[in-house]
Design a protein around this ligand. Structure first.
Ligand code: PMP
Length: 433
């Protein structure tokens, strides 16, 4: 592996030099949004200062230059996830990507799109399957699609330790299943799901697979075609890139069969009042003026990550992951959510401190310069499944150090004493893990 110099990496991220409440910032909220290296900030600014123009249709030099930069960016980001440029659609983020897919399937159900779209159409009683550990962005669009089409939303259970119950997946995924939508890495549990096994079950019944790669793309070398999924989404802002840009990868035949979601300019070949013809993918899914500077800045971020080497990034983060989990597990009264032994994971761990509300833990940590997330992290069902209403989530990225983790652990160690929680009661609660 190439050497990974975390001090040099940190120096690339201006925000990490900030202090919070007079203390150096420990930023452990990268699963919500990551910090951005200077090359990303510069790429967006350089484009806007020197090359800004609307892409694709302009007759002028700047428009041609902007188009070239924009399409180069597509190739870079597609390459980062192992895909060909034409198989990557720009979206505004993962939420839009998942809605795009669900609405496109809804449109196929209404008889819209190319003849090939018919095979995506749903009939009442058809089933859509998600896991119990999904982000709301991978639940609600399917719930809405089910409501519009008469399809039924089925839920694949997770086990008490947070791992997907593959036996239950094999029961749920059956002849009526048309879509299996699941996360690569849960934004609460940090566990890397068994993609190959779930894809095999879905393929066995001819169901479409949709992967939410939001929490894997920033942390693992990713080969979406190699994973065998039909469609996948990710968000730029979680992978050291800008806000307002994301990717939707699709297998070529699947994208070709999907009707459009948003319609309007930039996605058509001809429009008359009687009839409109759509462009092929990826443009068919890119209606309206494009987020050009954001796409270019996202390309800068993936080039930055590739420069470091995703294998090296992953190895560094695995070290942080072990420290976070072992450290938290060793603190009295702390209960980890999804502590499956031996599971492959990213450096993201949600936990509860017995007797202290997650929001109080978050404030206590903030007062010590440690930024974590509290609440349900847009994943209420998995919290309900694990018997809690809220949790604290520490999530690391390539720029975090062991010292960051240790400052978080030290702060968490002081929580129960500060809030005067009775140790005997807490120990009893812990035995229920
Ligand atoms: N899925 C997962 C697993 C996530 O963590 C998030 C962001 N928290 C999303 C989807 C939605 O991403 P965005 O808000 O960028 O659209």
């Amino acid at each position: 592996l190439p050497a990974f110099d975390v001090a040099a990496v940190r120096a690339d991220f201006p925000l990490l030099a900030e202090s919070v409440q007079g203390m150096p910032l420990v930023y452990l909220d990268s699963a919500a949004t990551s910090q951005k290296p200077r090359v990303v900030l510069d790429a967006e600014r350089d484009f806007l200062e020197r090359s800004n123009a609307a892409v694709h249709r302009g007759a002028h030099t700047l428009a041609a230059e902007a188009t070239e930069l924009y399409e180069d960016a597509r190739a870079a980001v597609a390459g980062f996830v192992g895909a060909a440029p034409d198989d990557l659609v720009w979206t505004h983020g993962a939420t839009e990507g998942l809605n795009l897919i669900a609405y496109a399937i809804g449109n196929a159900t209404l008889g819209r799109g190319a003849p090939a779209s018919a095979r995506l159409a749903l009939r009442p009683g058809d089933e859509l399957a998600v896991t119990e550990a999904e982000h709301h962005a991978n639940i609600v669009p399917w719930q809405e699609l089910a409501a519009r089409t008469g399809a039924i939303l089925r839920v694949i259970r997770i086990r008490d330790d947070g791992s997907v119950d593959l036996d239950h997946a094999a029961e749920v995924i059956g002849s009526r299943t048309r879509v299996v939508a699941f996360t690569h890495v849960s934004n609460v549990l940090g566990i890397v799901n068994p993609v190959a096994e779930i894809v095999a079950l879905a393929q066995g019944v001819g169901a479409l697979t949709v992967l939410d790669a939001c929490q894997s793309a920033p942390h693992l070398p990713l080969d979406l075609p190699g994973l065998g999924v039909d469609l996948a989404v990710f968000s730029g802002h979680k992978m050291q890139g800008p806000y307002g840009i994301g990717g939707l990868y699709g297998r070529r035949e699947v994208l070709a069969a999907l009707p459009p979601f948003l319609t309007g300019g930039s996605m058509i070949t001809h429009v008359t009042f009687e009839r409109t013809e759509f462009l092929p993918p990826p443009q068919r899914f890119e209606a309206g003026t494009q987020p050009v500077s954001q796409a270019i800045a996202l390309a800068a971020s993936v080039r930055y990550l590739e420069g470091l080497g995703m294998a090296a990034v992953h190895a560094h983060e695995q070290m942080l992951e072990r420290r976070v989990r072992e450290g938290l597990a060793g603190i009295d009264g702390v209960r980890l959510l999804g502590a499956a032994d031996g599971a492959e994971r990213v450096a993201l761990q949600a936990f509860v401190v017995d007797g202290v509300h997650a929001h109080d833990v978050g404030q206590f940590l903030d007062a010590r310069g440690v930024a974590v997330r509290v609440g349900h992290h847009c994943a209420e069902p998995v919290h309900a499944r694990l018997g809690v209403t809220a949790s604290v989530r520490a999530s690391a990225a390539l720029y975090n150090t062991i010292e960051d983790v240790d400052r978080m652990l030290e702060a968490v160690s002081g929580v129960r004493a500060y809030f005067g929680v009775d140790g005997a009661i807490a120990a009893g609660v812990r035995a229920c893990d």
